[in-house]
Write a protein that binds this ligand. Structure first.
Ligand SMILES: C[S@@+](CC[C@H](N)C(=O)[O-])C[C@H]1O[C@@H](n2cnc3c(N)ncnc32)[C@H](O)[C@@H]1O
Length: 227
């Protein structure tokens, strides 16, 4: 049983408009936290490639990507309530009908609710860095997580990651260097001017404000040869 989580629930005030969105817009965009295996065709009302974003924060990047890419279905998972409320407001403003939101630990959702081979792409933008050594085990990118993601991505599926923490970037390089499940397609270090196939995020802006450099990766899932 998994006990170490990659997040702690941050206290944060839910504003009145976020609260209203959580009540009124959740029925339009929210996914029930009922533990059932997801049927993406049923959830989105159509069969289309599914892009999953884990930890969308306030959802601005998630909504922009979904709105700009109407031919794919976008599922976002986040546990921070004010961020979810903000995301619902932005989704509604953008009229993004191809977007759904799930409020639960994304690792558990992947383990128990996302069918094998069902995802076209995973976006993991600025995951919590857990910079103290004693907290490194909380980082979401770990060997077992890489195996889990590889299983849930379909053939040729891609995984985009970005971080502004140099030590987390080294960790991510190490984890993928000894995994045979993914091939590195691109690795980009930059100062905010060259994000890899994504808009700038809120936490990226914060990192840049502290003088951090950004690293973006794109990995592609390796095919399994049979025999
Ligand atoms: C550092 S923030 C980055 C937010 C956003 N991606 C951005 O770049 O602005 C990381 C987010 O991931 C969320 N998170 C961390 N672990 C998670 C998990 N296991 N399931 C769902 N959300 C998670 C946190 O609640 C937090 O909002």
């Amino acid at each position: 049983m998994r006990t170490i989580r990659s997040f702690v629930r941050r206290a944060g005030r839910v504003t009145a408009s976020q609260q209203r969105a959580l009540e009124e817009l959740w029925p339009l965009y929210g996914v029930d936290d009922d533990g059932q295996v997801l049927s993406f065709a049923g959830l989105f009302g159509r069969d289309a490639p599914v892009v999953l974003e884990i930890g969308f924060g306030n959802g601005e990047t998630f909504v922009k990507q979904a709105a700009a890419d109407p031919d794919r279905n976008y599922l976002g998972i986040e546990v921070h309530e004010p961020g979810i409320g903000h995301c619902l407001i932005k989704a509604h403003e953008a009229g993004a009908g191809n977007l759904r939101v799930l409020a639960h630990d994304a690792v558990e959702v992947l383990q128990t609710r996302v069918p094998a081979g069902s995802l076209a792409r995973l976006n993991l933008y600025f995951p919590d860095p857990w910079p103290k050594k004693r907290h490194h085990k909380r980082r979401i990118v770990q060997d077992a997580f890489v195996e889990l993601v590889a299983d849930r991505l379909g053939d040729g599926g891609t995984w985009y990651i970005a971080t502004d923490w140099a030590n987390y970037a080294e960790h991510i390089d190490d984890v993928f260097a000894h995994s045979d499940r993914f091939t590195l397609i691109e690795r980009r270090e930059h100062d905010g001017e060259a994000p890899l196939d994504r808009p700038r995020t809120k936490f990226e802006r914060r990192g840049l404000g502290k003088g951090h450099r950004i690293v973006d990766w794109c990995f592609r899932k390796n095919g399994r040869s049979c025999g």
